[in-house]
Design a protein around this ligand. Structure first.
Ligand code: PEP
Ligand code: MN
Length: 385
């Protein structure tokens, strides 16, 4: 590891650098005549592995201007040099490593029979995960906040009937277990991206997490948030770009396609594009969804509703079933162009569920344990890390 120090480093600041080096098991030498460049080398009998926390231990010191070269120490979102892409599976869905999946559903869980109807409709058109928020993060406390626990139950019922995997948002660290009982993928919304207590909690569960980028977050802050989950021991993280705040109100947000392309090169984690929250208007969702896939997204998250006038949140960006079907067709064509695979849903346009009613794409871990992904056994949810 190569550190740049302040040129006029105070003796106490230098002593702090030395103390951390000793504590973590590094020897050090100045680079040539430069008193501001320090090469740190792990000593042979140092205790423990050199981990990404070492970067912060040095980087946080006031005498250290920056880490010029982290050496072998890499954050978990970066992974080892040449790391294979991480593939996240949830029920029939698969993200990453050339697999593309479509998430679809309403913004919020509202009416149970309508929910089931939408789920069956999107499944029949190629969705592999069904979305819908039971807990809604609303800008105003007076807006519809979601149905809460009864909404989770409705999602559970939809899963029973359709065999679709469920993705739903958790807002409060205290609700993580309840949400993970129902959800095949737990969603962290844009407003919660920097809720570190929540992220730490999600690091402890054995469920994939879809982490949305905050609308004012840099890519580096986004990856730092992912690192919270990864460092807790949960390696199943999907990044989701849902648009950042721009200066123009013609769209609700700006889908940062550059960030998607960058992330696909910078990290091994799968990346999903959410054109619905980026556009904020239904007429642009298909175009932005296509754009997300063209720059390499491993999936799309789309808000779909056959009667947007009925809903309490995000009706203006919900697309209808015909438009959704067209977008899935686009996704298939774009995947074919790229040599990638659009994972087929369990509905009429995709693979049928297995004869025993289990989802065709259950993860191997679930298959080998014989435990349904959502069986209500809390002990199986909590990882050992
Ligand atoms: C949502 O997915 O409905 C949602 C609230 O999204 P975001 O957190 O991106 O605003
Ligand atoms: Mn929404």
């Amino acid at each position: 590891m190569l550190l740049r120090l302040q040129r006029q480093i105070a003796p106490a600041e230098w002593q702090a650098v030395e103390a951390v080096a000793r504590d973590l098991g590094y020897s050090f030498e100045f680079l040539g005549d430069r008193r501001d460049l320090v090469q740190l080398t792990r000593v042979a009998d140092a205790i423990g592995e050199a981990g990404p926390d070492h970067l912060a231990r040095f980087g946080d010191l006031s005498g250290v201007i920056g880490i010029l070269d982290p050496g072998d120490v890499r954050e978990l979102w970066k992974g080892p040099i040449g790391a294979a892409p991480t593939v996240v599976e949830a029920r029939g869905a698969r993200f990453g490593g050339g697999a593309v999946s479509i998430i679809a559903g309403p913004c919020a869980v509202e009416d149970e029979s309508r929910l089931l109807q939408v789920a069956q409709s999107v499944a029949a058109r190629g969705a592999t995960l069904f979305r819908g928020g039971a807990y809604k993060p609303r800008t105003s406390p007076y807006s519809f906040q979601g149905l809460g626990a009864p909404g989770l139950e409705m999602l559970g019922a939809v899963r029973e009937v359709t065999q679709l995997g469920i993705i739903t948002e958790v807002l409060d660290p205290r609700d993580v277990d309840a949400v993970a009982q129902i959800a095949d993928v737990v969603q962290v919304g844009a407003r919660s991206m920097a809720n570190y207590a929540l992220l730490k909690e999600l690091g402890q569960i054995d469920r994939p997490v879809l982490l949305k980028r905050g609308f004012g977050a840099t890519v580096s802050e986004f990856l730092g948030a992912a690192e919270y989950i990864l460092s807790g021991g949960n390696g199943q993280v999907i990044l989701c770009e849902r648009g950042v705040r721009g200066f123009d109100s013609v769209t609700r947000n700006l889908l940062d396609v550059g960030a998607i392309a960058h992330l696909k090169g910078a990290t091994h984690l799968p990346v999903v594009a959410d054109p619905s929250h980026a556009a904020g208007r239904s007429d642009l969702v298909r175009a932005l969804g296509r754009a997300g896939l063209v720059v390499g997204a491993d999936g799309l998250m789309i808000e779909v509703h056959p009667a947007p006038a009925e809903v309490h949140s995000d009706g203006s960006q919900a697309i209808g079933l015909g438009e959704f079907e067209a977008l899935v067709g686009d996704a298939k064509a774009l995947c074919d162009l790229d040599g990638r695979t659009l994972i087929a849903g369990t509905g009429q346009n995709g693979a049928a569920p297995a004869a025993d009613g289990s989802p065709s794409g259950a993860t191997s871990g679930d298959a080998s344990s014989g435990v349904a992904p959502n069986s209500p056994q809390l002990s199986t949810l909590r990882g050992t890390a």
